[in-house]
Every structure is written in structure tokens, then in C-alpha cells.
Design a protein around this ligand. Structure first.
Ligand SMILES: *Cc1c(COP(=O)(O)O)cnc(C)c1O
Length: 372
């Protein structure tokens, strides 16, 4: 049996046709057609008035933070459990990421910890919808309102996740999505900036195009030193094709998650991604967390996976443990959960037999430790 990868895009004839069309015809005065179509369709899907396609989610976040004027002497609060992409743009802009603890059940940022971390220097709060799990946006927006601080959504992993039927990414001042090859919808590399704030939309549009305001008759005239974080028409064609299959892509993720849950649900002390009432989880990464009492570490699980030809993926390390972000609060839950959790393989075309195989390896590892 070949190795079971943890992620792999779902590419069909539709994708091949769209990209072939873009590479054949999408030049000259048609060089933006797929980009515009991708942005319009994505905004409609996410429920925002605007969307801007970018070269990555990191780029989208960088643009949004720059548009908010984040800079030296300022602080941005986010969860210690995050991909480094969420923190790096803050550092590049000269501000300080303040890394706070997560909640035990959703593994997303703890709104109480956010509130405690607010200082006069706080300029933004970022909620990351980790592995598809939804942040407590109601609580985060309340903190934001109380201190007049914008709340940003890192929805890179949140495609298909909803809170009271509103798509994540549409609830904060802006949201960012990733279309990296491992994500639920892919353009190879790519991202999307979404917002319903016209002022921020215009700023990001200009900043992302080397500071050139649209409709400026001088055309090659920068009014600001901006950035170049644009998506190509070829990538956008792939994105448009994937978007025609969005429901199917998310349903596959949900099918895989629920099968894992069915197979592992009887194991005491094992938790998986939650889906609280009133929310829908896109389940980008089905994840298991072992209770302390089980004595099973991430390392043990990853070793078993490796021995059985399964591509394991560790849970995110607490960003503060990298020591790249200076002094940070001590975040007990982040450190504890990270040490006893892994993501399970979940590529769309994953067969039932493969899911059963992975679930059995999990079961054997947990039982094996308990028998010792
Ligand atoms: C994937 C990811 C990103 C970055 O996405 P890119 O498109 O690779 O820049 C940011 N945040 C989170 C939480 C992610 O999972």
C-alpha cells in the first residue's frame, strides 16, 4: 500500500478545462477575467460585499493589517496556537504579536485571555478558526466593541465553517482565506481578502497593487509604497473551477470527519473537533486530542503513523515556544494540548478503507499505551 498523505487537492476535468482556457485565451484584455470572476463569486459565497484575490493568505493578512495602519509600538492579540503565517505580518509591520491561550474545547483563542491582554497599545485582535473549528466570534466582537479594537478573522482553515449561518471571515472587519495546496479549496498557492468595509477594501486594493489607486489617470503612479501580493489569472481559473465544486469539497471533508468520529467515538479520553449548536464546521483537518490521563503523546501517535505508512501532521506548536516573539504570557492549555494532539489525513478522495486503517492505528496506539 502506498503512503497515505494528510492532504492532497481534488483535481477533476473541470479544473483542467478552466486552466486550459486561461492559459490559451486569458491574455491581453482578458488577462483579469478569471481573477474578477473568482473575486465576485467568492465574495458571494462568503457573504461579503468585496473580495480581493492574493498570492497567499499571509499576503492578504499583511495587506489588511497595513490598511488598518498597524505599525511600530502597537500590539496585535492572537492565539499562541497558530500557524506562523498569522504572526509574521505583524512582526514585518513593526508591531508586536501578543500570544494568548486557547480554549480547551475548540482550541481557538480564549476571549477572556484576549480581554486580559488588552493594553492601550492594542490595535487589533485576530481570531483564527483553527482546523475549521469556529472561534467564539460573539465574545471576541464584544471585547472589540468594548475597547474599540477591530477584530480580524484568519479563516485560512475555515472554508465551509459557519456561525448562525454566516460564513466565517464575514463577521470581523475583514477575513482572510488560504488556497494553499493543503487547504480545502486550492489554487496551488493563493489567498483571498474579504470585507464589507468599503474604506478598507479601497485601501487594500491600492496597497496590493504597489500603491497605485485604481482609476488614477496617470496609471503608473504610486501614491504609497505598497506591496505586490496579486493572484495570477491562471491560479484564479483553478480557483473558479474549484468554486463550482465547493459544496462537494466541503461535504467530502465532513464525510471524512464523521467517519473518523464514528470509528473512534467509543475511545474514552479522545476528543475531536467540536461542532457546537448553531455552527457548522468545515473540518479542514480532523484532529484528535488525547486526555492527559491516556498518557499518549503527539510524538507516539506520529511514530505509529510513520511506522504504518501514514503521513502524520503534528498539531501546531505554541508560537511562543519558538522564542521568535520575545516575552509572552505563559499559556498552559496551548502547551498541554499541543503535546497530545495530531491531525488525521483527510484528502477529499480518501477511501473508507483508508480512513478505517488510520483509525485502527490510532486505536492500537492508544490501547497499546494503556496496556503497558
Ligand atoms: C495556511 C494558513 C495560513 C497561510 O496561508 P498561506 O496561503 O500559505 O499564506 C495562515 N493561517 C492559517 C491558520 C493557516 O492554516
Amino acid at each position: 500500500m502506498s503512503r497515505i498523505p494528510y492532504a492532497r487537492p481534488s483535481i477533476t476535468q473541470v479544473e483542467i478545462e478552466y486552466v486550459s482556457d486561461a492559459i490559451t485565451n486569458g491574455w491581453g484584455d482578458r488577462c483579469y477575467e478569471y481573477i474578477t470572476k473568482f473575486e465576485t463569486s467568492f465574495a458571494a459565497y462568503a457573504g461579503t460585499t468585496s473580495a480581493i484575490a492574493t498570492s497567499s493568505a499571509t499576503g492578504a493578512l499583511h495587506l489588511g493589517l497595513a490598511a488598518l495602519g498597524i505599525g511600530p509600538g502597537q500590539e496585535v492579540i492572537l492565539a499562541d496556537i497558530n500557524w506562523v503565517a498569522t504572526a509574521a505580518p505583524i512582526v514585518h509591520l513593526g508591531a508586536k504579536p501578543v500570544l494568548v491561550d486557547i480554549l480547551r474545547d475548540t482550541w481557538c483563542v480564549d476571549p477572556h485571555a484576549v480581554r486580559r491582554a488588552v493594553t492601550p497599545r492594542t490595535r487589533a485582535i485576530i481570531g483564527t478558526h483553527l482546523y475549521g473549528n469556529t472561534c467564539d466570534m460573539t465574545a471576541l466582537l464584544e471585547v472589540g466593541l468594548e475597547f474599540n479594537i477591530p477584530v480580524i478573522e484568519d479563516a485560512a482553515e475555515g472554508l465551509g465553517s459557519r456561525i448562525e449561518n454566516q460564513h466565517v471571515g464575514s463577521l470581523g472587519v475583514f477575513g482572510t482565506f488560504s488556497f494553499h495546496g493543503t487547504k480545502t479549496l486550492t489554487t496551488g498557492e493563493g489567498g483571498m481578502f474579504v470585507t464589507s468595509d468599503d474604506g478598507i477594501y479601497e485601501k487594500v486594493l491600492t496597497l496590493g497593487n504597489h500603491g497605485r489607486a485604481r482609476n488614477d489617470a496617470r496609471k503608473l503612479w504610486p501614491t504609497d509604497i505598497g506591496y505586490k501580493f496579486k493572484m495570477s489569472n491562471l491560479q484564479a481559473a483553478l480557483g473558479c473551477a474549484q468554486l463550482t465544486r465547493i459544496d462537494e469539497l466541503i461535504l467530502e471533508k465532513r464525510r471524512i470527519f464523521f467517519l473518523y468520529r464514528e470509528l473512534l467515538g467509543d475511545l474514552d479520553g479522545l476528543s475531536m473537533n467540536p461542532e457546537p449548536t448553531g455552527t457548522q464546521n468545515g473540518f479542514w483537518m480532523p484532529t484528535i486530542v488525547c486526555d492527559e490521563t491516556l498518557g499518549v503523546s503527539s510524538e507516539m501517535l506520529l511514530r505509529s503513523f510513520d511506522n504504518n505508512g501514514i503521513d502524520g501532521r503534528p498539531f501546531f506548536w505554541p508560537l511562543s515556544s519558538t522564542k521568535l516573539f520575545g516575552d509572552q504570557p505563559s499559556n498552559q492549555i496551548s502547551y498541554s494540548v499541543s503535546g497530545r494532539a495530531v491531525n488525521l489525513p483527510s484528502f477529499h478522495q480518501m477511501k473508507e478503507s483508508e480512513i478505517e486503517f488510520v483509525a485502527n492505528v490510532v486505536r492500537k496506539t492508544v490501547k497499546g499505551v494503556q496496556q503497558k
